[in-house]
Write a protein that binds this ligand. Structure first.
Ligand SMILES: Cc1cc2nc3c(=O)[nH]c(=O)nc-3n(C[C@H](O)[C@H](O)[C@H](O)COP(=O)(O)O)c2cc1C
Length: 421
């Protein structure tokens, strides 16, 4: 078992006085990232909406799921592999779409792509990535990839993103439903920090021909920021970041216009079920809806022929007080009766969490903040270590619970306090 080799190497390195270069626990990752990052960057990655009760709820719910390990299973080898849309996943998880990864590390999504390629774990490319999807795809090699769409106010732009995702051989489109508006995020508000205004995380937009052809928005802002040294520094950074060259951007105002245009069309609060039907018409790729927390929404999704859902509260970043995704999962799984894939994210911090969600009936899970913090701690190697640690713990828990293959993870191995009707 690979987990045993990994465990042995870590202990032998320790014997030689060498500690793991990437922290092994989530709290260790978060603590090291906090020390390394600028306060604004750390706040953006770690923070959630309001008083962050949903971030806590995500963890509390996973802690309430109890594993009932089966003894004497005679398990000497474990297979965590899972087939998915023509691919064989090494384990039942993918990396969640996380925008503005340049805040964690200068290589951002490119480091993530290389780590995914090294480990064979699918990457979900974000609409808010720091690099164009075509560049990210080059670093992914043959590794499976999906594209996450924030449905824009410009339908043509959303369609263009989907065309580009098809061209880079994405296996599916993930439409995120829960971020039609940014949640009320106290850490970012307290620091007055929004990365998009700085021109960060908008690479998919300024690399898009439809976006570039859209007319510049009429300036509607009534309040202008005060002229300060910080403002001038940020304007210099913004003009350097957007392609075109610093001086040319400054003269033409291109960078400012791109950032303003992005803010004007970023996400469409008017999105409804008809738009999902429209997206269905635009592409033959499988469609996943991300942000479902209710059984009626899950059933509606199944009834209109989407291919899967991701039970998620966006890592507690959108509605403070929203139900945790793990608590929502059992009734959704029971309602959809296997008619569609049901993935989950929000709060997944370890291989043990993956075990629990698989046993609760999820198709698989998405890992979010752990890999972003690992990226901050140790770049591409950090994400590789993070994935390897998830795999090792899952493999050990399966072996210790009497499971030879991933299909054996079922409801007989866990208990939870929630009703499923
Ligand atoms: C910093 C940050 C940026 C995110 N950006 C996106 C994004 O661009 N698109 C998206 O669908 N979800 C985004 N998410 C949500 C994640 O895909 C995922 O739902 C969430 O991280 C799961 O919660 P967890 O990280 O606490 O496990 C983001 C999450 C974080 C922490």
């Amino acid at each position: 078992m690979r987990s045993l080799q990994r465990q042995r190497k870590i202990y032998l390195d320790g014997f030689a006085g060498k500690k793991p270069s990437t922290p092994v626990s989530y709290t260790g990752l978060e603590e090291k990232a906090r020390q390394l990052l600028r306060p604004e960057a750390f706040a953006y990655l770690a923070g959630g909406a309001g008083s962050e009760t949903t971030i806590d709820a995500n963890r509390r719910a996973l802690d309430q799921v109890k594993i009932h390990p089966r003894m004497l299973g005679g398990v000497q080898e474990v297979s965590m592999q899972q087939p998915w849309r023509g691919h064989t996943l090494p384990a039942p998880f993918m990396l969640a779409p996380i925008g503005v990864l340049e805040l964690a590390h200068r290589d951002g999504d490119l480091a993530e792509a290389r780590a995914c390629a090294a480990m064979g774990v699918p990457m979900i490319i974000s609409s808010q990535a720091s690099h164009p999807m075509e560049t990210i795809a080059k670093h992914l090699g043959d590794c499976p990839r999906l594209f996450q769409l924030y449905y824009s106010k410009s339908k043509e732009l959303s369609q263009s993103f989907i065309r580009r995702a098809e061209a880079i051989h994405c296996s599916a489109i993930v439409v995120t439903l829960d971020t039609t508006l940014l949640g009320w995020r106290l850490r970012d508000l307290s620091l007055g920090y929004n990365p998009f205004i700085m021109g960060k995380g908008i690479a998919q937009y300024y690399s898009d021909p439809v976006f570039n052809a859209l007319p510049d928005p009429v300036q509607t802002e009534l309040v202008k920021p005060p002229m300060t040294l910080e403002l001038i520094q940020n304007l210099i950074r913004l003009n350097s970041r957007i392609p075109g060259g610093f001086l040319a951007n400054l003269k033409s105002g291109k960078a400012m216009k791109a950032a303003r245009k992005f803010t004007a069309i970023f996400s469409n609060p008017g999105i409804n079920w008809d738009d999902i039907a429209l997206i269905r018409e635009w592409t033959k790729l499988p469609i996943y809806l991300k942000g479902i927390l209710r059984t009626d929404d899950a059933l509606k999704a199944a009834s209109i022929g989407v291919d899967g859902i991701i039970v998620s509260n966006h890592g507690g970043r959108q509605i403070d007080g929203a139900i945790s995704s793990t608590e929502a999962l059992p009734s959704i799984v029971s309602a959809v009766k296997g008619n569609m894939e049901v993935w989950l994210d929000s709060g997944i911090r370890s291989g043990s969490d993956v075990f629990k969600c698989k046993a609760l009936g999820a198709t698989g899970v998405m890992i979010g903040r752990p890999y972003a913090m690992a990226l901050a701690c140790n770049g591409e190697q950090g994400i590789i270590d993070c994935i390897a640690n998830f795999m090792s713990e899952l493999e050990l828990n399966m072996a210790l619970s009497g499971c030879h293959t991933i299909n054996e993870l079922n409801s007989t191995l866990v208990s939870h306090p929630w009703k499923t009707t």
